[in-house]
Design a binder for this molecule. Sequence first.
Ligand SMILES: Nc1nc2c(ncn2[C@@H]2O[C@H](COP(=O)(O)OP(=O)(O)OP(=O)(O)O)[C@@H](O)[C@H]2O)c(=O)[nH]1
Ligand SMILES: [Mg+2]
Length: 223
Amino acid sequence: MAVRTIAVRERVMAKNDELAQTVRARLAEHDVVAFNLVSSPGAGKTLLLERTLERTNAAYRIAVVTGDVQTQNDADRLARKTDQLVQAVVTNGACHLDARQVLESLDAIDLAATDILFIENVGNLVCPASWDLGEAAKIVVFSVTEGEDKPLKYPKMFQQSRYAIINKIDLLPYVPFNVELAVANARQVNPELRFFLTSAQTGEGLDQWCDFLGMHVREVRAT
Ligand SMILES: Nc1nc2c(ncn2[C@@H]2O[C@H](COP(=O)(O)OP(=O)(O)OP(=O)(O)O)[C@@H](O)[C@H]2O)c(=O)[nH]1
Ligand SMILES: [Mg+2]
């Protein structure tokens, strides 16, 4: 039975990877760049996206897919900030989004009128690491209230991510968090990781973040 269980899981993962490639191809066809935001619950993914929409709405067309175990609260928050579609996926207990859910979401999104697709994954530092959703890159958000050791305790998420956002830096005066140590820990598991330091609350660091998004849109448009 144990061997059979593993075989089933491998088939599920293989199917997911196939669907992720279909997502990737559909996005490429329309020059849409997709980022998969992953984090522990409450690191600030939704607030960061709200601020991003406020700042970039005039410049880029951003669609969002949000994944939540229960409720569509995040989608409701984000829909207040944009005229583009915000697609809520309620996973009913699953701890991650999968490529099929993203592919089905794409049917409702006008990709020809989209520059960036943000996928806000379910808040969980373990499960989403294993699931390719067809994104250009995973971006791991972790906040200064979580401790510097998280990259070492949850290495796969940091290995699978190309970018890391250290968020809630407005709280640095109040919490014992050493940014250099956190960066060193993350680089230990993924030397290629690139960092942003942000406060979605005060707006600090969001200029660099939005410049980065603009650079990606321009790159995709130029190809
Ligand atoms: N002080 C401070 N609070 C923040 C910051 N970013 C987010 N928060 C707060 O942190 C809490 C969680 O933020 P969310 O944006 O809902 O976090 P999330 O990652 O989307 O959470 P889940 O979707 O549940 O995983 C909220 O109370 C936010 O107002 C920040 O930069 N500084
Ligand atoms: Mg959220």
